[in-house]
Each structure stands twice: as C-alpha cells, then as structure tokens.
Ligand binder design. Structure first.
Ligand code: PAF
Length: 281
C-alpha cells in the first residue's frame, strides 16, 4: 500500500493509473477507522481498480476547537487495517499541504446547511465542502464513498457535485452498527465504559420513534418519546430529533407529506457529540 503525504506524488500515481485505464475510487475519512470505513473501502474495491483512502482531520469543519483537539488520531492502527483490506493508497496530508494559505472561500448551501447539523454546527458544512472539493480535485476519482450516518453531509456533497459538475459518481453506504445498535463512529473511541453502554439509547430512540410514527403518532409526539428515552440515561442530552424529506432535508411536520422520510438525531454523551439517523420506510 502506497502512503502519500504530498499532493504532487499522489497526483503522479493517479495519473499513471489513469493512463493504464484504471478506475479510481475515493474514500474520504478523518481516520480512527472502524468497520464502517472498511465497508466503504470494500465497496470501492468492488467497483474500482484502485482505491484511495484519505485520512485528514479537517480543521475547517470543526466549529468547536476542543472537539478538533480531542478528535481521535490513530494513524498506525489505521494503516494496518487498510493493509488488511488491501486498500491501494492512503493520502495522509498535513494541514499545511491542504491549506497552504488561510482559505477565503465559504460555501452556503441555503436551507441544506441551516437545519439539524448545520443549525448546531455553524460553518461545519462549508468546511466539509471545501476539503471534499480539494480532495475531488486532487484525486479525480470516478467514484466516491460516504456513510449514511452522515446523511446531511451526503446531501450537501451531492449538491456540490451537481452544481460544480464534478465528474464522478457518489455512493452512500448503509450505516455500520455495533451489536447493540450503536452507529459506528470514530468519536465512540472517546466514550468511557458507562457512556459506551448508554450511548445505544440513540438507536433505541430511533426504533421507538419509527414504531410510534408507523402507529400513527405525530412527529411532535415522537419527539417527546425520543427525549424521554434518551434522557433517562445519565450524562445524555438530546440536541435535536427531526424528521426530514431525505432528498432535500425539508423538515416535516407530518410524515404523510413525504415519499422517503428520514429521522435524524443528535445528542451529547457527556461532552461527546453523537449523531444517527434512520429511514422511516
Ligand atoms: O465524514 C467525514 O469523515 C468527513 O466529514 C469528511 C467527508 C472526510 C471530510 O473531512
């Protein structure tokens, strides 16, 4: 497996592959890899001749400096995992390689980045769009893979790709879950034993909300139920529970107004912020 810290040799590697007619799959990550990331690598390997995984904890998408500082960084373990699944190349740049100058560009995705994650993490999706645009320009992938856990991120990136005419196909892969249902996330590494046990309530709350909504309860009633379930555990606080039209993230007041509603949840376990989501149908 090739490891690139600089853009120029990575581009030379990609160009050589392209000249040989190889297709390129890109899996952008911030490292602290888990089985969810590996399933994205495997999806890419099935569809492409060469798979590139990027590992970069992107400072411009963190609205909370403490969160950036504490984000888990486990590069040695990550490379072992990537070697095991036979990833072809890793792009592991420093901040100075990705941001040689302070960036002046800000993205605005209208309502797509004003609700849910965008409301509670101002500037987050601008930073995501910036780094993903750079990665797409550097790697020029034919296919790029993202996890469904970050559904709002996927929707924003889809808009980016459509509007800026990036010549690639996007893929959203189903969320990988632990045995008790907790959505896999690099941030789970920061949970202590009790917090880890309790963190499964986000998944349980989504299941309960799904049942309630299918039984004809309103979204307001489902939100009350979700808050009750989540906050019965010590140290857990609900930030939001929303039901949105999955295509355009319009928030719903009635699930009947939507073809494909998605329930989205975010909250804190101690100081660690987790998100999850589930399609209703
Ligand atoms: O989902 C992530 O891990 C990050 O937001 C991404 C897409 C790698 C951009 O930094």
């Amino acid at each position: 497996m090739e490891i690139f810290k600089q853009i120029a040799p990575l581009k030379a590697f990609i160009n050589a592959q392209k000249q040989r007619g190889q297709s390129i799959g890109l899996v952008p990550t911030m490292g602290a890899l888990h089985a969810g990331h590996l399933s994205l690598i495997e999806a890419s390997k099935r569809q492409n001749s060469i798979t590139v995984c990027s590992i970069f904890v992107n400072p411009t998408q963190f609205n909370n400096p403490a969160d950036l500082l504490k984000y888990p960084r486990t590069f040695d373990k990550d490379t072992l995992l990537l070697e095991k699944v036979e990833c072809d190349a890793v792009f592991y740049p420093d901040s100075s390689e990705m941001y040689p100058e302070t960036s002046l560009i800000k993205f605005d995705f209208s309502h797509l980045d004003k609700v849910m994650e965008g409301k509670f993490r101002p500037g987050h999706f601008s930073g995501v769009a910036l780094v993903v645009s750079k990665l797409f320009n550097i790697v020029e992938p034919d296919h790029a893979y993202f996890g469904q856990k970050d559904w709002q991120q996927f929707t924003v990136i889809r808009q980016l790709v459509e509007e800026l005419k990036f010549n690639l196909t996007l893929h959203s892969q189903p969320t990988s879950r632990e045995a008790d249902g907790l959505a896999m996330s690099s941030r789970n590494l920061r949970l202590n034993e009790d917090q880890r046990k309790n963190a499964t309530v986000f998944y349980q709350a989504l299941l309960a909300a799904k049942n309630a909504l299918h039984a004809g309860k309103s979204i307001t009633e489902a939100r009350v139920l979700v808050k009750e379930i989540v906050e019965q555990k010590t140290e857990i606080k609900l930030e939001y529970f929303e039901v949105a039209e999955s295509k355009n993230l319009n928030l719903l007041e009635n699930v009947k107004d939507s073809d494909q509603p998605i329930m989205c949840i975010a909250g804190f376990v101690g100081e660690i912020r987790l998100i999850d989501n589930m399609f209703l149908n």
